[in-house]
Design a protein around this ligand. Structure first.
Ligand SMILES: [Zn+2]
Length: 452
């Protein structure tokens, strides 16, 4: 006990009461500042923010919010929301942009709460604008610095360190969780009357986004992935449509990047565009990135992509460093000769392209596909894999039954994510099929092999 060695504990703790009183005043003032910031920025346009915060807290007092992705899963109570809101976040203005970013993401991008604390509490908030202005130093300086004294880091924060680049730690708690609690857009009975967004954006976590193309634009409705690192972001695939008017993939990536950089300011942030393979429904949007500043688009063909990633033979692993966030890359031919699987150490996500997904696995090269599955299983067994994410969904909710090719309405899709057990199921299916050509249905996938 620390007090054991202190001769006069009363003298030592004498200032505590005053300090506590100052802290409480400071919290309320900071809360006011925080609300004003929300009002002026991300949450503008829906009336005064303060009553909405009050209403949200009142609601929460009666009905805790479900938080299925918290660790451990449970509910978020009023007390639990209030504690981080008033005592953890407000004393650290440097966190404000992140909190407001969360509001915006949750309200605009949709999906379940991104995380515990404020994110979950504010899941039902409407946000006014997607974009908010960068924090000005003056706003930080306006905070009552002296009254922040009880918070150890407040002094630094109050100097406006929010605009200073801080590196995100992508390694020490990897693999970090994210949420797959999302209802994917899945087409509509009439493509003409489809009202879904051109591109659905799902925030898996703060640094990881899963995008899906609208089926009304292209029936392939591929999934694309955008991952942010400290020095650059990577976009895996560019979708099935070249037209920026019909499929604004560059604008979507730009929006997400601007928002990420608002919370994690950096100069000279780059974008790297890679592909799972060279089929047109994964590369058509490449042209939208031509001429984009600070952007490298790596050709999807085998010679170019494999050379860039130093994959000189099937089964060999290469690496891409996004700045503290490492992607491993594995050459996985079989569906297509250029196919590459990406593994993100930060999230434990395995991006398998068209090699593995809940749908028709079209095999172009049977021996290559078989040895690719062997390598993939070895690879996945030696690393923590949280989800296996392919680029399409074609199965229905009924085992062994898929939607017809070219369908533009899939109301009963299974989830996108698969498991490492399903990699083993595919490997077992390969043995069962032998190299017989044709279509071979299994519960979660269908193997389609036509001899070239
Ligand atoms: Zn393909």
């Amino acid at each position: 006990m620390a007090l054991d060695g202190i001769a006069d504990p009363v003298a030592v703790t004498g200032g505590t009461e005053t300090a506590l009183a100052a802290a409480l005043v400071s919290t309320d003032e900071a809360f006011g500042q925080f609300l004003a910031t929300c009002q002026a920025a991300a949450l503008a346009g829906h009336g005064p923010v303060a009553p909405r915060v009050d209403a949200m807290l009142r609601r929460l007092r009666h009905t805790p919010l479900p938080a299925p992705h918290a660790t451990p899963p449970g509910t978020l109570s009023y007390q639990e929301a209030l504690a981080p809101l008033k005592f953890a976040i407000l004393g650290h203005p440097v966190l404000w942009p992140q909190v407001i970013h969360q509001f915006t993401q949750i309200s605009r991008i949709g999906g379940a709460p991104l995380g515990w604390g404020m994110g979950a509490a504010c899941a039902s908030w409407p946000a006014g604008t997607v974009w908010y202005p960068p924090f000005r130093r003056a706003r930080m300086d306006a905070l009552p610095r002296t009254r922040c004294a009880p918070y150890p880091v407040c002094k630094d924060d109050a100097r406006g360190s929010v605009m200073t680049s801080t590196r995100v730690d992508f390694t020490s708690s990897a693999p970090v969780p994210g949420t797959m609690d999302v209802r994917w857009i899945h087409g509509s009975p009439s493509a003409k009357h489809n009202t879904d967004p051109d591109i659905q954006v799902h925030a898996y976590n703060e640094h990881t986004f899963i995008l899906r193309q609208n089926k009304a634009i292209d029936y392939e409705a591929p999934f694309l992935f955008l991952l942010f690192g400290n020095d650059r972001a990577v976009l895996l695939d560019t979708g099935a449509t070249a037209s920026a008017e019909h499929f604004p993939i560059q604008r979507t990536v730009d929006d997400l990047t601007r928002r990420w950089l608002a919370v994690h300011p950096r100069e000279d942030y780059e974008l790297l565009v890679l592909h799972t393979h060279a089929h047109g429904d994964h590369t058509a949007g490449d042209t939208q990135f031509t001429g984009r500043a600070g952007t490298v688009v790596v050709g999807a063909d085998r010679a170019t992509a494999w050379a860039y990633l130093e994959l000189d033979e099937p089964g060999r692993a290469g690496r891409v460093d996004l700045g503290g966030r490492m992607l491993e890359c594995l050459a996985t031919p079989g569906h297509h000769e250029s196919a590459i699987t990406f593994y993100d150490r930060y999230t434990g996500l395995l991006f398998t392209g068209d090699t593995v997904y809940p749908g028709r696995l079209y095999v172009n090269d049977w021996p290559a596909f078989r040895s690719t599955m062997d390598s993939l299983i070895r690879f996945a067994e030696s690393r923590p894999v949280t989800h296996v994410l392919g680029c399409h969904i074609e199965m229905t909710g009924v085992p062994g039954v898929d939607y017809p090719v070219r369908t533009t309405f899939q109301p009963d899709e299974p989830p996108l994510q698969m498991t490492t057990q399903q990699l083993r199921d595919i490997r077992a299916a390969i043995d069962e099929v032998g190299d017989r050509t044709g279509r071979h249905a299994f519960a979660d996938f269908i193997i389609c092999y036509e001899q070239p």
